[in-house]
Ligand binder design. Sequence first.
Ligand code: ZN
Ligand code: ZN
Length: 301
Amino acid sequence: MRGCDCCDEPAVARVREPDRHFCATHFTGFFEDRVASTIRNDDMIKPGDRITLALSGGKDSTALLLVLAHLMPAWENVRIVAITIDEGIAGYRDETVRAAVELTADLGIEHHTVTFHDLFGDNLDTLLVGREREACTVCGILRKKALAVAAERYGATKIATGHNLDDEAQSVLMNTLRGDLPRLVRDAAQENTCFIQRIKPLSLTPEKEIAIYLMINNAWKVLPECPYTRFALRAEVRGILSKLEYRHPGTMTNLIETKKKIGRYCAGAQVSEPIRRCRECGDPCSAALCQVCRLRHSLGR
Ligand SMILES: [Zn+2]
Ligand SMILES: [Zn+2]
């Protein structure tokens, strides 16, 4: 059996970028160091920050909470509030909400649940009847709004989400396949100052390593998948990209590099849309109505 590259213990995990073998302890160290350096290199967390962490109870956000809870003692006066958004998806959310409640109780982290029903008057399932194909778009817009409301409610200075390297690479490819260059450039650029800054500390961490980290730290749970993912382009892109990554390691990192380069080339050339206020709710946006209010109209509400 192959040993750990750093000690005499047997290896339990192999990572491919760079190609290394680790025991449980050294894998955890490697994993958390990369998250710490991602945070440091992009200046994601500052002393005094109050971070709202979007905790779905799924793999990514669970790993994010565990890492941040481990790293937190090294940061000056930083607090984390975990927020679970309950969209109202039958047979899916109940278990993940329960997992989120248990985890935060174990770690002693403040936790709140915000429901679509309270914020938008109905469950996602009801809002989506007849438009299931748009599920991820509709849900994405409403989740973003729900998180912003929660962040404001609990006095957050940052919103942290569990997006990993695979998610980020998929988004670059999806925007490219859709021909949505403006979105690609917008994603690469700094977030607008009108909104609470969003940070993604796992954005350089592959999904596979998140699974290993959870297993090693006894936090692995088999949870139901969102029933709407089968309608999404993302599911197909995910399959293609993970095949490519397996055969050509580094593919995903290269996609992220491409996005960053496009962002840099476009930096001066970007025509930034003026920030306006939504006519109906007053939220900052780039058109007469914000996305949420536009959605509300199209849903006939
Ligand atoms: Zn070791
Ligand atoms: Zn609005």
